[in-house]
Design a protein around this ligand. Structure first.
Ligand code: HEM
Length: 141
């Protein structure tokens, strides 16, 4: 779990992420599909053109879910419970893809918030995203 200073480092960025959720998430998805084309198979029903309404809307959902989770660091499993059900029972996303998404999210944060995304903040977000991924894949069987 996250230490007190890691929690503070995660929270430090949330105020900047939430207002730009759609743009940040859209860029993350664009990077995901370009760098790891196999991830596109889950989104066959989306318009995957960079900047499309589908990417902006879905990217916003992802980043807002992360912002919400970051505000509930003492109850992450509870906060993410319904998303965990969705990804395990309905979507059946291969668990390996969560590390790929976590990677591109960090690239976006580093690119968009270079001053704020210090090594300490990055390390905390890396751990946070790994914990979120573990929860979202915990109900697989
Ligand atoms: C749906 C969050 C990882 C594939 C969603 C939704 C959210 C979300 C908030 C919308 C749920 C709703 O509409 O009620 C996250 C978070 C992730 C993550 C926070 C990890 C940080 C992934 C990964 C993949 C994936 C790695 C596959 C590469 C999908 C798909 C949908 C979805 C296909 C349904 C899209 C649609 O048809 O609208 N996710 N997700 N997710 N997610 Fe994830």
């Amino acid at each position: 779990s996250l230490s007190a200073s890691e929690k503070a480092a995660v929270v430090s960025l949330v105020g900047k992420v939430a207002p730009k959720a759609n743009a940040l998430g859209s860029e993350a998805l664009t990077r995901l599909f370009l760098a790891f084309p196999q991830t596109k198979t889950y989104f066959a029903h989306f318009d995957l053109t960079p900047g499309s309404a589908d990417l902006n809307t879905h990217g916003g959902k992802i980043m807002n879910a992360l912002a919400s989770a970051a505000k509930n660091l003492d109850n992450l499993a509870g906060n993410l419970s319904s998303l965990s059900d969705l990804h395990a029972y309905n979507l059946r996303v291969d668990p390996g893809n969560f590390a790929l998404l976590a990677h591109v999210i960090q690239v976006v944060l580093a690119s968009q918030f270079p001053k704020d995304f210090t090594p300490d903040v990055q390390a905390a977000w890396d751990k946070f995203l790994a914990i979120v991924a573990a929860i979202l894949t915990s109900k697989y069987r």
